[in-house]
Structures are given as structure tokens and as C-alpha cells.
Design a protein around this ligand. Structure first.
Ligand SMILES: Cc1cc2nc3c(=O)[nH]c(=O)nc-3n(C[C@H](O)[C@H](O)[C@H](O)COP(=O)(O)OP(=O)(O)OC[C@H]3O[C@@H](n4cnc5c(N)ncnc54)[C@H](O)[C@@H]3O)c2cc1C
Length: 409
């Protein structure tokens, strides 16, 4: 088949496999799709994702709402999401025998509750479409010449391709993109938890605040949602969101900064003072230590009261204004010193990657190197937790795969 189109996909992760299927199904007998995967097994991250359950996507199907969950890449993904977003992803999986279920937090998981069903589906679809999947096959170099590309594998073997998709995730694959003329935004971690060397956190380990706001004083960075105190420090969606929006800035500070917590949002310090003063009149005989009027967990409330300077046994009617003021500040703006980051085991991603200005988001083709395409985390795109990162991989993979097949030889 001398005129057959050779498509090389570098990386057998979520984006690479999804692109390979979209490409091979569009291409049919006009060409051949080969996936090169350096590790022994494809889709390794899918297997461990979402604690082994795989949070496939999110029920926020409106592209405008969806893009607000991407600290980097949201603007560029708006158009691609209109053409292939969560709705199309759900239909894609369900039509191939993987029904999904929506949790109350709008995250979608396979009904099987097992990431293996997503992997089997992708590998089965790839096989059926005629994709060749080569594992233990790392790509070391890619050279672009007038007529196409020459790939050199770790084994020394070379492979000629008309089009190449880079879907290598973060890490070394970025060197391949840089060698082909692309600007790389420096990779730094996103979606991490905060290490806090402060006895207050350890004392509160295990306590969850259902709705809190974490912010970095002096910046506009903040994250809202459930907050978890741990032996190591602070965790939970509020912290993960703050870490994602602040990934670059917090790396620049070497993960040493102050985090302020509002434990009773949307109340401000002044609003809490007003609320507590009103209680002095209506519940004056109750003791500060034993009754939390802010609906905070008792262990946390006791810590705030102790820190406010209130003497044991103090009744609300006798509470001095300074104690009320102090309690209100502690509930709305307690500061903790962050001294480092820890890995969130459920999900983490890399912020940074191939600069988005150099990619055409209609096709995912490079603006610098014709015939070169990108999909997934290799791009400077990352989302919050909740299925947004896989959605970016499915969307960019689908567009890249179709575009690679559509262009004639
Ligand atoms: C523990 C964990 C849990 C997660 N859970 C979720 C979740 O539930 N929902 C969600 O939306 N996101 C989740 N994520 C994020 C999600 O896994 C990634 O965003 C997604 O996997 C990115 O897909 P990708 O194909 O771009 O990259 P990857 O999945 O990283 O795949 C890239 C592939 O390329 C291969 N490769 C790299 N270099 C080369 C080379 N030179 N030659 C050949 N092959 C190469 C790698 O071996 C790898 O297999 C999780 C991440 C982690 C770490």
C-alpha cells in the first residue's frame, strides 16, 4: 500500500489511545495507526485513576461552565469542548458498553466502579479499529524532514511517519516537542496538599469542614470547598483547588507561604462579630467553651475559644469585646504557615507543557511543525479534580485523531 498514510502516536495513555481510535476509525483502509508506548502496559494512569475507579468526566456539560475548571487551557478548550465535550464522551463510552453513573458531586464513574472497564473498552476499540499498539517502545528522537517524520526508538529501530501525535503526558516527552521547535512552559506540580508544621493542624487531624475558603494573603489566590485537617497539614478540595490555581506562584515561593482559612464562609469577620454579639443577648448564660454557635465541630471550636484568650467557664453574656473580635478573626482568617507540599494520592497532574499559542485548537496541529499534533497533558493544560483532566485528554485526543486522518497525503 504505497500511498497508505502512516500515523505515529507517541504515548499510549488516555490521550494517545483515544486519538488512535478516532484516527483509525476515520482513516479506515487509507492508512495505518501505530501507538508507541515506552512502558510495559498502556493506560497505566487510567488504571490507578480515581482510586482505581476512574473519574472519566464531569456532568458540567456546558462548555462555558466547564472551562472555568481549568486553571490553564480553559480559553483554548472552549471551541474543542463545543464539538466534543462531556456529553459526547459519555455517549462514546456508553455506546461501547461502559455505562457511567453521576455522583452527587457531578463526577462520572463507570457503573462497574472499576477503571479496568475503561481500559478494556479503549483497548478493544483500538484493536477493532486496527491500531497497532507497541509497548516497551520508547521514542527517543523525532526528526522532521520535508516529506514527514523519522522516529528513532530506544532500541535503535527507525520508523517513518507522515504525521506524528505527541501524547506523552509530562516529563521527557517535552524534550521531543522542544527539539521540534516548540516553546515549553516549565512543568510544575498541580493538585497537591499543604504540609503545615503547626500543632493546631495535628490536633485537629481527621476533622472535615464541609465548606471553607482557603486563600493566600496578599494575593488573589483562593480555593473553596470541603477542607480536611490531617496530621501532615491541610487537604481536601479547597486546598487542591488553591494548589491548582496557584501552582506556578506557589512553586515560585518554594511552597513556603501563609494560608488563611475562612471556616464559616460566606461570613466575614464583621458578620461573625455581629452574630456573636447578638448571641450574648439571646444565649448569655451558655458557656463559650461548651457551645459552638457557628456550627463548627466541637474539637475545632474548643481550639478557637482557647486561642481567643477566653478563660474557662466564661459565659457569653460576660465575654469581652476583645474575645468576640478574636473568635471572629480565628473563624474567618486563621493563618497557618505552609512549609511544603505533599502528593494527593487520588489525582495529580503537571501544570506546564507545550505552549498553547503554538497549537491550532481546531485540529491540535502544531503551528510550527506541519504534520505534528498534540493531545493531553503534554500541553500546558490542567484541570481541577473531578474528571476534568481526563476530559481534556479525550477532547484533545479526539480532535487530533480526526484531524490527522482527515488531511490527505
Ligand atoms: C494517581 C492519579 C489519579 C488520577 N485520577 C484522575 C481521575 O480520576 N480523573 C481525571 O480526570 N484525571 C485523573 N488523573 C489525571 C490523568 O490521569 C491525566 O490527566 C491523564 O492521564 C493524562 O493523559 P495523557 O495521555 O496526556 O498522559 P499519560 O496518562 O501520562 O500518558 C502518557 C503516556 O506516554 C508514555 N510516554 C511518555 N514518553 C514516551 C516516549 N518518549 N515514548 C513512548 N511513550 C512515552 C508514558 O509511558 C504514558 O503511558 C489522575 C492522575 C494521577 C497521577
Amino acid at each position: 500500500m504505497p500511498d497508505s498514510l502512516q500515523i505515529a502516536i507517541v504515548g499510549g495513555g488516555a490521550a494517545g489511545c483515544f486519538a488512535a481510535i478516532a484516527c483509525a476509525e476515520t482513516l479506515g483502509a487509507r492508512g495505518r495507526v501505530t501507538v508507541f508506548e515506552s512502558s510495559p502496559k498502556p493506560l497505566a494512569k487510567v488504571r490507578i485513576s480515581g482510586g482505581g475507579r476512574c473519574n472519566v468526566t464531569n456532568a458540567r456539560t456546558d462548555p462555558r461552565e466547564l472551562v472555568a475548571h481549568y486553571p490553564r487551557g480553559g480559553r483554548e478548550l472552549l471551541g474543542p469542548f463545543h464539538r466534543f465535550g462531556p456529553r459526547e464522551t459519555i455517549a462514546w463510552y456508553e455506546s461501547r458498553g461502559v455505562p457511567l453513573v453521576t455522583q452527587p458531586d457531578l463526577c462520572l464513574f463507570p457503573v462497574s466502579d472499576d477503571s479496568a472497564s475503561v481500559i478494556e473498552c479503549l483497548l478493544g476499540a483500538a484493536r477493532a479499529a486496527g491500531v497497532e499498539l507497541r509497548t516497551h517502545c520508547g521514542v527517543k528522537h523525532i526528526v522532521h524532514h520535508g516529506a514527514g517524520f523519522s522516529l528513532t526508538l530506544a532500541s535503535g529501530e527507525t520508523f517513518a511517519a507522515d504525521r506524528v501525535l505527541l501524547a506523552t503526558g509530562g516529563g521527557k516527552g517535552l524534550e521531543l516537542a522542544a527539539a521540534l521547535g516548540h516553546r515549553i512552559e516549565p512543568p510544575v506540580p498541580s493538585l497537591f496538599t499543604f504540609r503545615v508544621a503547626d500543632a493546631r493542624c495535628a490536633q485537629l487531624a481527621g476533622i472535615v469542614i464541609e465548606e471553607a475558603v482557603a486563600s493566600v494573603p496578599g494575593t488573589r489566590l483562593q480555593g473553596a470547598g470541603p477542607l480536611l485537617f490531617t496530621h501532615e497539614g491541610l487537604s481536601g478540595p479547597a486546598i487542591l483547588r488553591l494548589s491548582a490555581w496557584g501552582a506556578r506562584e506557589l512553586a515560585g515561593r518554594d511552597y513556603r507561604f501563609s494560608v488563611a482559612l475562612n471556616l464559616v464562609p460566606p461570613l466575614t469577620t464583621a458578620a461573625v462579630v455581629e452574630k456573636l454579639n447578638a448571641l450574648r443577648a439571646t444565649h448569655g448564660r451558655k458557656q463559650l467553651h461548651t457551645w459552638s454557635p457557628l456550627e463548627l465541630p466541637q474539637r475545632l471550636w474548643e481550639q478557637l475559644v482557647a486561642a481567643s484568650g477566653a478563660r474557662p467557664g466564661l459565659a457569653w453574656a460576660e465575654a469581652p469585646a476583645s474575645v468576640v473580635q478574636s473568635l471572629a478573626r480565628l473563624a474567618t482568617a486563621s493563618e497557618f504557615p505552609v512549609s511544603g507540599k505533599s502528593t494527593n494520592r487520588e489525582e495529580f497532574v503537571t501544570c506546564g507543557g507545550v505552549s498553547l499559542r503554538e497549537v491550532d485548537f481546531q485540529t491540535m496541529e502544531s503551528r510550527r511543525c506541519p504534520g505534528l499534533f498534540f493531545a493531553g497533558e503534554v500541553l500546558d493544560i490542567d484541570g481541577l479534580t473531578g474528571g476534568f483532566n481526563f476530559q481534556a485528554a479525550w477532547t484533545t485526543g479526539w480532535h487530533a485523531g480526526r484531524a490527522m486522518a482527515a488531511a490527505g497525503k
